[in-house]
Design a protein around this ligand. Structure first.
Ligand code: NAD
Ligand code: UGA
Length: 444
């Protein structure tokens, strides 16, 4: 099928490349000309395992192209995905201006042939109807199209795997023709033709009305974020009573009603989606006269969890003014270069506010291109990060942090203290290397 994906960021580029990989003819549209030029040269503008290989294969087969020309993209696609960003406004409300601009542009360029317009951006409940209205208002009379909500559940760092191995596909909309086309589009995926395990049963397709599909996306993210806040709260109680949250999570998670995933205690959830999506759902609830108390509590727990490392540093170092703190990891999770709402940046800002010097090392952040607030503070290797530090804080669990020469790092530090903010390292190995090890929700 001919597909157009508008907005080729973390979601749109992965979706477009994976749909091209399974045989569709895809055009990706973005209004960032520099990004488009990079993708046209076969270079992924984002760090995402496996993505460039998928892009290369699809581009070689001439099934994947990129353009800044939205009109060309709209004319090309029988199925047109909207995958632009919907960041949070200061009020917590979702900023839907990019979706709005794209919906208008689609309307202007509709050419009369039947199109399915698919909303993949995470948008406030009710947006599907509003996209339909914006398209109609800008289109010629009697154009033939349907709007479908098809929320995305991929995780950064495993986005290609998740696209080929989804737990479910959600399709919201009333147009039977549109839903049938979408089922056909996803058939190679739902029938497990590209899955890691071909023997698995077909991927469930959940067909709902528009509003329910939009709500499923928010509810799923809010539930996962709340699950993490729950285990972080349990970790904080463990800290006080001498229990080990990792053993507790294992024992809880084996209950099939609970499940073991998303029970890793740490320095809180970040990234481009959980914070903004939970805030947007709280805001929507409030707009409709309901106070979302449980979600507000999950946000509050997360806010204080981000600064838990400061408490642990204070307990070990006393006054932080004048101390040098080294952060291992900056991205909000490993295997991505995404720094949006990264817990490490909040932690760095608070350390600085307290008068500490902050340095950081991250495999995806180059010293010459530091994020705002860490100017001159990005090291080019873990060794130069550790030298002279009073403490290290592991904020992002990059695999390479498991095998560092910790004895060598300890020797180069002013004081060999490590706060393992993701319970990622082996306390015994760190102790043998000469470190005082502090975990989250673990007896000291
Ligand atoms: P992103 O910021 O990485 O990408 C958005 C892209 O859209 C950018 O490349 C930008 O240049 C482009 N764009 C903006 N306005 C445009 C316009 N008018 N015309 C053409 N291109 C335009 O965002 P993302 O992380 O891919 O997220 C996209 C949507 O998907 C959001 O609603 C997000 O909540 C949702 N989502 C994201 C993830 C994730 O893991 N990042 C997962 C599920 C859902
Ligand atoms: C999350 C969801 O998992 C995806 O299903 C969803 O599509 C996406 O948001 C979205 O809507 O954008 P993502 O943010 O990429 O995906 O990454 P996650 O693996 O969910 O991690 C999010 C944050 O939670 C990270 O900061 C991570 O460190 C933290 N986390 C995760 C924990 O602290 N503990 C856990 O057990 C799991």
């Amino acid at each position: 099928m001919r597909v157009c994906v508008i907005g080729t960021g973390y979601v749109g580029l992965v979706t477009g490349a994976c749909l091209a990989h399974i045989g569709h003819d895809v055009v990706g549209v973005d209004n960032n000309a520099a990004k488009v030029a990079q993708m046209q040269a076969g270079i992924s503008p984002i760090v995402e395992p496996g993505l460039e290989a998928i892009m290369a294969g699809a581009m070689q087969a001439q099934r994947l192209a990129f353009t800044t020309d939205i009109g060309a993209g709209v004319r090309h696609g029988e199925v047109i995905f909207i995958a632009v960003g919907t960041p949070a406004l200061p009020s917590g409300e979702s900023d839907t201006r990019a979706v709005e601009a794209v919906a208008r542009a689609i309307g202007i360029h509709l050419d009369g042939s039947y199109k399915v317009i698919v909303n993949k951006s995470t948008v406030p409940i009710g947006s599907g109807d509003w996209v339909r209205m914006l398209v109609s208002e800008n289109a010629a009379p009697n154009v033939d199209f349907d709007v479908v909500s098809n929320p995305e559940f991929l995780r950064e760092g495993s986005a290609v795997f998740d696209t080929f191995n989804p737990d479910r596909i959600v399709l919201g909309g009333s147009g039977r023709r549109a839903v049938a086309l979408m089922k056909k589009l996803y058939e190679p995926i739902t029938q497990r033709q590209v899955a890691a395990e071909a023997a698995l049963p077909p991927v469930p397709v959940v067909v709902t009305d528009l509003a329910s599909a939009e709500m499923i996306k928010y509810a799923a993210n809010a539930f996962l974020a709340t699950k993490i806040s729950f285990i972080n709260e349990v970790a904080n109680i463990c800290d006080r009573v001498g229990a080990d949250v990792q053993q507790v999570a294992l024992g809880m998670g084996l209950d099939s009603r609970i499940g073991g995933k998303f029970l890793q205690a740490g320095l809180g959830w970040g990234g481009s989606c959980f914070p903004k999506d939970v805030a947007a759902l709280v805001h929507t609830a409030c707009d409709y006269g309901y106070e979302a108390k449980l979600l507000a509590a999950a946000v509050a727990v997360n806010r204080s969890q981000r600064y838990l490392a400061i408490e642990k540093l204070r307990q070990a170092l006393g006054i932080l003014k004048g101390k040098t703190i080294g952060l291992l990891g900056l991205t909000f999770k490993p295997d991505t270069d995404d720094l949006r709402d990264a817990p490490a940046l909040a932690l760095a800002a608070e350390c600085r506010r307290l008068g500490a010097r902050v340095k950081a090392y991250d495999p995806t952040v180059r010293p010459e291109r530091p994020p705002a607030g860490l100017e001159a503070g990005v090291a080019d290797c873990p060794e130069s990060l550790a030298a002279g530090c009073d403490a290290l804080v592991l904020v992002t669990e990059w695999a390479e942090f498991r095998t560092l020469d910790y004895a060598g790092l300890a020797r180069s530090m002013a004081r060999a203290l490590i706060v393992d903010g993701r319970n990622f390292l082996d306390p015994q190995i760190l102790a043998a290397a000469g470190f005082t090890y502090v975990g989250i929700g673990k007896p000291g």
